[in-house]
Design a protein around this ligand. Structure first.
Ligand SMILES: [Mg+2]
Length: 213
């Protein structure tokens, strides 16, 4: 952390639990119902899918109108969820301290830019965040593990890759970090995750955000 001049943080996990107040399975159910009401015949794996991001990924095969409609509904639901999202212990302090010690901070998220902005604003963190590189496009293939959002953050911050790290709790965060050459910090917030993150190339592993403080 002392060496890092550019701190990139994934949103859901390292910063907050996005769906702690508005559970992800409920969000996924609303998206599935919207598609069913539009006449879409959902395959079995999507009918049982509790992850709203996976329903959104599926929507890419349904043509531009339904893909855009899914993006719009998911974004609205994420903004609603962000209002009751629990901050991760230590996350707000990590952002404040990183900012106070002159580091640049970017949030790099597959969640919508609107939801990230809403959360950051609610918690008084807007002055501490240099950049939000999050989902705005309807094309789900641009989300992590695609390095697009990380590359965008590096370019817009003008970051030195060798002094940059990304803190993430998913295999996809590790993959996107490795693809861009920045240090991948795996936040293993659930049993069994450390192994998965390490196998995906994590350079460092922590079990809590406090460890980074
Ligand atoms: Mg995450």
């Amino acid at each position: 952390m002392q060496r890092a001049q550019y701190v990139l943080l994934d949103f859901d996990g390292p910063i907050c639990d996005v769906f702690s107040g508005f559970p992800a399975p409920e969000v996924a159910a609303i998206l599935r119902k919207m598609l069913k009401d539009a006449g879409v015949d959902l395959p079995p794996d999507i009918q049982e899918q509790d992850d709203p991001m996976e329903v959104f990924r599926f929507s890419a095969q349904l043509g531009s109108n339904l893909n855009h409609a899914t993006l719009k509904t998911l974004t609205a639901l994420e903004v609603e969820a962000a209002a009751t999202a629990e901050p991760t212990p230590g996350a707000i302090e990590l952002i404040q301290r990183s900012h106070a010690t002159g580091k640049a901070i970017a949030v790099v998220s597959n969640n919508s830019e609107a939801a990230v902005t809403a959360f950051i604003h609610t918690h008084g963190l807007l002055p501490t965040i240099d950049l939000i590189s999050a989902r705005v496009e309807p094309d789900p293939s641009l989300m992590k593990p695609n390095p697009h959002l990380v590359r965008q953050a590096i370019a817009q911050l003008g970051a030195d890759v060798s002094r940059s790290l990304l803190i993430g709790d998913s295999v996809t965060d590790m993959q996107a970090s490795k693809a861009t050459g920045i240090t991948a910090v795996g936040y293993a917030n659930k049993p069994g995750k450390a192994k998965l993150l390490e196998a995906a190339g994590a350079d460092l592993l922590v079990a809590s955000i406090e460890e980074l403080l």
